[in-house]
Design a binder for this molecule. Structure first.
Ligand code: ATP
Ligand code: MG
Length: 576
């Protein structure tokens, strides 16, 4: 059995688990689970929980289950179950034959509830939801007992059975745990265990009209599955005493003998986005984005479509580590991980994102040469591709400056640059349109510099990518920016100048820009999901919207970070 990998620094959860294993708790087993509710698509916050649960199990030679925590028939769907399975698998994790559903435990949970009623630890309450809330008090006011709290065991058993049989209206009665109405932890003030709901469950159909609450389900499901360590996010810390109470009762009354250990870790908060299925669903349903897999979404399906590789997500989760306090992680860190991964794995091609026409006046009209260029200098195993060159080319508009500032080494009037792997060319003349914009450049080339090297060793500092106009493919390129303009979306002011703010007020109206790029012909026939580096510019990924006649690319990330751009802009400003 392998112990935690020595490359990754340990953290408080791995320390606890290692100690438990050494002490022989649960016979030294490590068994975790990832328990999403199938009420939406998984997002990057879930990716963190997935990496933690599956990752730790793997490191300790243990197991990790995938469990649908499906206790709310009003919001759950098969579509979401399938999407969640796909996403976990894509991240590179395998639950083998251990896909479970909390709803499959409904019968067991029902029997355990009956057991609690029998020992006087649960009762049927006729108060409505409003009254229950009012009787429960608040942080400063102790709760009051419901007038139904002291019903006899017989009466409770009878009423609970009739609740299950569908004899009452929705909301007419609930089953509550009998704990302590003066507890300072509100979760212990006789929490609701069952409510009546006449809703069809996507998996259990109409078998049930009473549904267990999440709190009554969660810990017991872990116990049923023999989970040793229930790793969950911080908001469940206050619920732990309740989970412990339920398990104490069940162990004491010999209903189960397995108690998982719950450990909480900080949720992931990412800058410029929201990580909440409820909000993401609202963005989808309100048409603010183009579906759950819109490449601007922080969903796993969204970033997959955008071109983020799964290894980059796992690397990112390692990078942020596990902490006990919430913090906001900058999206730049995630993009950094994506770039590192793609730098290693993406083939380079020439793609001109903002084309400027260049005519090489002394290059024979109609002549075509092909240059062989390596696909990925970072990958010694990679091959080469052939790129055609001809008299009329496109280069990137911002690779030319009529009045170049200091430290601008690219093309300018009278200046010589290298067209990568082809020739050295010199800008002879600038053609402008009626508005005074640069429309076209006329250049000359030096036939002695074939391959891009000058035989006399003269120094040329700029190296540009290029595409042959007659051979280039026009592709649709979708450029993405942050989905929200506000960095900390968890910190929305309740009192804006004109009333409370909504997170949607911060949607970035310019989060999507579509341009037509000119790309070398080697990408013809590329398939959705194929990833490339547009040399010097960006990592891109072929979108499923592509058709045989029209390739569509998503910009995954620009090649350089915003940080690099800021530094460059400062230099340019200082020089100009
Ligand atoms: P959401 O608000 O997006 O629905 P949730 O916590 O209600 O999130 P679940 O489907 O219940 O969603 O989550 C499954 C697991 O993922 C839980 O164990 C939860 O702790 C974890 N999780 C959810 N969001 C995050 C996050 N932002 N960071 C870390 N873990 C998360
Ligand atoms: Mg939830």
């Amino acid at each position: 059995m392998s112990m935690a990998s020595s490359e990754r620094p340990s953290d408080f959860i791995r320390d606890i688990i290692r100690t438990d294993v050494e002490r022989g708790e649960s016979d030294g087993r490590v068994h975790t689970r990832f328990p999403p509710e199938p009420n939406g698509y998984l997002h990057l916050g879930h990716a963190k929980a997935i990496c933690v649960n599956f990752g730790i199990a793997e490191e300790f030679g243990g197991l990790c289950n995938l469990r649908m925590d499906d206790t709310d028939p009003t919001k759950e769907r098969w579509e979401y179950v399938e999407a969640q399975k796909r996403d976990v698998r894509w991240l590179g994790f395998d639950w083998e034959d251990r896909l479970f559903f909390a709803s499959d435990y409904f019968q067991q949970l029902y029997e355990w509830a009956v057991a609690l009623i029998k020992v006087g630890k649960a009762y049927v309450d006729d108060l409505g939801p409003e009254e229950i809330r009012e009787y429960r008090g608040d942080f400063t006011t102790p709760g009051r007992e419901s007038p139904y709290r002291n019903r006899s065991v017989e009466e409770n058993l009878d009423l609970f059975e009739r609740m299950r049989a569908g004899e009452f209206e929705a909301g007419e009665r609930v089953l509550r745990a009998k704990i302590d109405l003066s507890a300072s932890n509100m979760n212990l003030r006789d929490p609701v265990m069952y409510r009546i709901l006449y809703e069809t469950h996507y998996k259990q159909g109409d078998d049930w009209c009473i549904y267990p609450t999440y709190d009554w389900t969660h810990g017991q499901s872990d116990s049923i599955e023999g989970i040793t360590h229930s790793l969950c996010s911080l908001e469940f810390e206050d619920h732990r005493p309740l989970y412990d109470w339920y398990l104490d009762q069940l162990v004491k009354h010999r209903q189960t003998d397995h108690r998982p250990r719950q450990i909480e870790f900080a949720r992931l908060f990412l800058s410029h986005t929201v990580l909440s299925k409820r909000k993401l669903l609202e963005l989808v349903e309100g048409g603010y984005v183009d579906g759950w897999d819109d490449p601007r979404m922080p969903t796993i399906s969204g970033i997959r479509r955008r071109g983020y590789p799964p290894d980059a997500i796992r690397r990112f989760c390692d990078e942020i580590g596990l902490a006990k306090a919430d913090s906001l992680i900058d999206m730049d860190l995630l993009e950094h991980c994506v770039r590192q991964e793609l730098n290693r794995s993406a083939s380079r091609v020439f793609g001109v994102m903002d084309p400027l026409r260049v005519v090489i006046d002394n290059y024979p009209e109609g002549k075509v040469e092909t240059f062989e260029i390596e696909e990925n200098p970072e990958d010694p195993e990679c091959g080469t591709r052939r790129v055609p060159f001809s008299q009329v080319l496109y280069i990137e508009r911002d690779d030319f400056r009529e009045a170049p500032p200091k430290k601008f080494f690219r093309l300018a009037p009278g200046r010589e640059v290298r067209l990568k792997s082809a020739y050295l060319v010199t800008c002879e003349r600038v053609v402008k349109d009626a508005d005074g914009n640069v429309a076209e450049l006329h250049c000359s080339y030096d036939p002695a510099t074939k391959g891009g090297e000058a035989p006399d060793g003269r120094r040329v500092r700029g190296t540009l990518h290029w595409v042959s106009a007659e051979h280039a493919l026009d592709v649709e390129l979708r450029l993405y920016d942050r989905l929200f303009i506000k960095e900390d979306m968890g910190d929305i002011p309740e009192d804006g100048q004109d009333g409370p703010r909504d997170y949607k007020d911060y949607l970035n109206p310019e989060s999507l820009t579509v341009v037509t790029a000119k790309v070398e012909p080697s990408v013809e026939g590329a398939r959705p999901g194929d990833r490339y580096q547009f040399f010097r510019k960006a990592y891109v990924c072929v979108d499923p919207d592509s058709t045989p006649d029209q390739l569509v690319f998503n910009q995954t990330v620009p090649l350089r970070s915003t940080w690099d751009k800021i530094v460059e802009r400062m230099n340019r400003g200082a020089a100009g």
